[in-house]
Design a protein around this ligand. Structure first.
Ligand code: FAD
Ligand code: NAP
Length: 314
């Protein structure tokens, strides 16, 4: 059976595309998601800017009902990693991690982005043994202890606030003296007594022993090294776009990309390849918000419905 639409990725973009394609009349739609649906927001300790959702809720709380809502309208979920999407003639082929393939008339891709490594000595060696990119996952291990947070964006500051509630002290290490995070978040950071700002400083080395991390050395703009004895280091230094599924056998991308590896789309989420739509964090100029990823998913779905209708009925 040829799918009307294959959705790659089950974050806010993919799930919304799933809701709109199925509810909008496409019969055979499968969402390929390698893990549990929900996307990267499920690792967030708090979300306070999704419209209409008030009160303290986690990213997991927000996303929990989304898959069920889609399944009600007939969306199928295949829990499998997609290795590659290719196109021959009018048909797309989805190459799956289990070695099998599926074919589709249209594809909506929303594989999002993943946390970037900061690149300091010891980061890879101690990753998962004291170095983490997820405060809600690993913060509890440091209850009552001191930790360091690296970064100056929204994620670093919000997760530092979360960790400050669990930990005795949070050292917030940032390479400049101003933050790119929202101003009200910066204000909350400055008002939190157990957060110490370590500015104009970059991590130089994380060190430890067989049990895990025991400390972090940071270097300031004058080249001075400060030793911070902490068992946990959380890095939030941005994200890389997950564009691997668009890489073809000859190493080129299936559609046009920009120099940062983001998919070039128009305002309808159309890529340079007819029938292929890109959504959410992986597209150019993405605001990198749950609400905009969901919006992209809806726009792409409406376009995919028209595309498939024209393809099969003209
Ligand atoms: P993602 O959420 O990244 O989802 C992509 C999905 O695709 C994932 O589930 C992944 O498993 C799957 N996938 C990837 N590759 C493959 C493959 N090859 N095969 C199958 N499946 C694949 N935004 C806000 O609006 N407010 C906030 O408060 C906020 N806080 C955040 C806090 C944190 C800690 C983080 C990390 C992000 C936060 N964001 C926030 C940003 C928000 O989470 C993202 O903008 C949004 O999730 C992007 O949605 P997406 O659907 O494009 O991609
Ligand atoms: P980001 O905005 O790209 O910030 C990354 C931070 O890490 C920057 O402060 C950067 O410093 C620093 N950094 C980068 N590389 C580094 C390195 N090698 N060593 C040390 N520091 C390094 O990433 P983000 O905070 O993950 O946010 C990503 C997107 O998601 C943003 O668009 C953000 O607005 C959005 N988001 C929104 C919310 C929300 O709306 N509440 C929450 C989370 C994320 P410089 O500042 O000097 O570049």
């Amino acid at each position: 059976m040829i799918l009307d639409c294959a959705i790659i990725g089950g974050g806010p973009a993919g799930l919304t595309a799933g809701l709109y394609t199925t509810r909008g009349g496409l019969e055979n739609v499968t969402m390929f998601e390698k893990g549990m649906p929900g996307g990267q927001i499920t690792s967030s300790s708090e979300i306070e800017n999704y419209p209409g959702v008030t009160g303290e809720i986690t990213g997991m709380d927000l996303m929990m009902p989304w898959p069920e809502q889609c399944q009600k309208f007939g969306l199928k979920h295949a829990m499998v990693e997609v290795l590659r999407v290719s196109k021959e003639g009018n048909l797309f082929t989805i190459h799956k991690g289990d070695g099998t393939t599926e074919q589709a008339h249209s594809v909506i891709i929303g594989t999002g982005s993943s946390p970037r490594r900061a690149g300091f000595k010891g980061e890879n060696e101690f990753f998962g043994r004291g170095v983490s990119t997820c405060a809600t996952c690993d913060g509890f291990f440091y209850k009552g202890k001191e930790v360091a947070v690296i970064g100056g964006g929204d994620t670093a500051l919000e997760e530092a606030l979360y960790l400050a509630k669990l930990c005795s002290k949070v050292y917030l290490v940032h390479r400049r003296d101003s933050f790119r995070s929202a101003p009200n978040t910066v204000e909350r950071i400055k008002k939190t007594e157990n957060i110490e700002l370590v500015l104009n400083s970059v991590p130089d080395e994380v060190y430890g022993d067989a049990m895990g991390v025991t400390g972090l050395k940071v270097k300031n703009n004058n080249g001075e090294i400060r030793d911070i004895a902490v068992p946990g280091v959380f890095t939030f230094v941005g994200n890389d776009v997950n564009n691997q599924t668009l890489i073809q056998e000859d190493g080129t991308f299936l559609c046009e990309m920009n120099a940062s590896g983001e998919v070039i789309v128009d305002i309808s989420m159309k890529t340079s390849v007819p029938g292929l739509f890109a959504t959410g964090d992986m597209r150019i100029a993405a605001p990198k918000q749950v609400v905009s990823a969901a919006g992209d998913g809806a726009v792409a779905a409406l376009q995919a419905i028209s595309y498939v209708d024209e393809l099969l009925n003209d």
